[in-house]
Write a protein of this length. Structure first.
Length: 331
């Protein structure tokens, strides 16, 4: 091999490495940072191949519920799309559902109806880059927490809002816990399948996605997530955050969940500083079918917990608003 061919091969190899470094983050991060957008177009498209998908169930009115469409603009310009489903019982509690990764409000119609039928005002928004909300990139960090603050601001303008309960599922549970501690205006929390540490969650996610190739791809994946978080993934530790939470909190976990182990949820439960906390294990359920397997018992447990820890009589909100004004002045 002459010298020119040798240098040509070296140059080609370096170009391939550079191309890999530039392209790999987009290819590797997949649907954790670039989620599958489950909106009406997605559902109609997949209904062609799957006759079990009912395209007549696309909004709360399709299950007999009156609702309002909400559209909020974030500080960075993305539109958040959501629904608000009030109940006629004005002293009722308001529950804000925060869905899991790669889900959307369109997938939550049964949960919405079940909770509404148990006497709650229900609100749900598509997270950034999910469903009908704007944005292309999703992060579990402070932008998501900021979005919950914006939604809470809106709910507190409604005259019927007395108590707000954050109900986070999977990834949404981490957003709910952060919001409860950093914002502080909700009155109770329900966490379904919360992971104890984001590093643990991402490591398991990577193994399921790439198997033994995880050791090659995970460092790149983690670096991309940390760039969006602006801090190490190990710092998002719900066991540590829970130690600062004194709000009533219900933990829900599934016995056969291979995405978030029951032991992780138990760790957060034990770490929580709340004096009013409960743990509900749904047997023979996995990460994606907890509500379906839990059935009436699942929804009754959530409803009973909320109604027990939060009185239904009207609550004065003047001090809450004053506290929020202090927060705004200090930040």
């Amino acid at each position: 091999m002459n010298l020119n061919k040798f240098f040509f091969l070296i140059a080609a190899f370096l170009i391939l490495i550079a191309a890999f470094i530039n392209v790999a983050p987009t290819l590797i991060t997949g649907n954790f940072i670039y989620p599958t957008r489950i909106d009406s177009t997605y559902i109609r498209f997949h209904s062609i191949e799957n006759s079990a998908i009912d395209t007549n169930l696309m909004r709360p009115s399709d299950v007999g519920l009156d609702y309002s469409e909400l559209s909020l603009k974030t500080a960075s310009g993305e539109l958040l799309k959501g629904w608000y489903i009030p109940t006629t019982d004005t002293p009722a509690n308001t529950i804000l559902i925060i869905h899991d990764l790669n889900q959307s409000k369109l997938m939550m119609l049964d949960q919405i109806k079940q909770l509404h039928d148990r006497g709650m005002h229900v609100c749900i928004f598509d997270l950034r880059a999910h469903g009908e909300s704007g944005g292309e990139i999703f992060t579990i960090g402070m932008p998501a927490v900021g979005d919950m603050k914006l939604i809470t601001d809106t709910l507190l303008t409604f005259l019927e809002t007395k108590h707000i309960v954050l109900f986070g599922m999977g990834i949404g549970s981490a957003i709910a816990m952060q919001s409860a501690v950093f914002d502080g205006r909700c009155d109770a929390i329900v966490l379904q399948s919360p992971f104890n540490n984001l590093d643990t969650y991402l490591s398991r996610y990577s193994y399921k996605k790439w198997g033994n190739m995880k050791y090659l791809w995970y460092p790149i994946f983690r670096k991309k997530v940390e760039k969006l978080l602006e801090y190490p993934v190990s710092d998002l530790d719900l066991t540590k955050i829970a130690a600062f939470n004194e709000l009533p909190i219900l933990f829900i976990t599934a016995s056969d969940d291979d995405e978030v182990f029951t032991s992780e949820t138990l760790q957060i439960f034990l770490a929580s500083a709340s004096q009013k906390k409960d743990l509900f294990l749904v047997k023979k359920a996995d990460h994606n079918n907890i509500a379906l397997v839990g059935g009436e018992k699942y929804y009754n447990r959530i409803s009973n917990f909320i109604n027990t820890v939060l009185p239904r009589e009207p609550k004065k909100t003047r001090y809450k608003k004053l506290a929020f004004n202090d927060y705004e002045r200090n930040n």
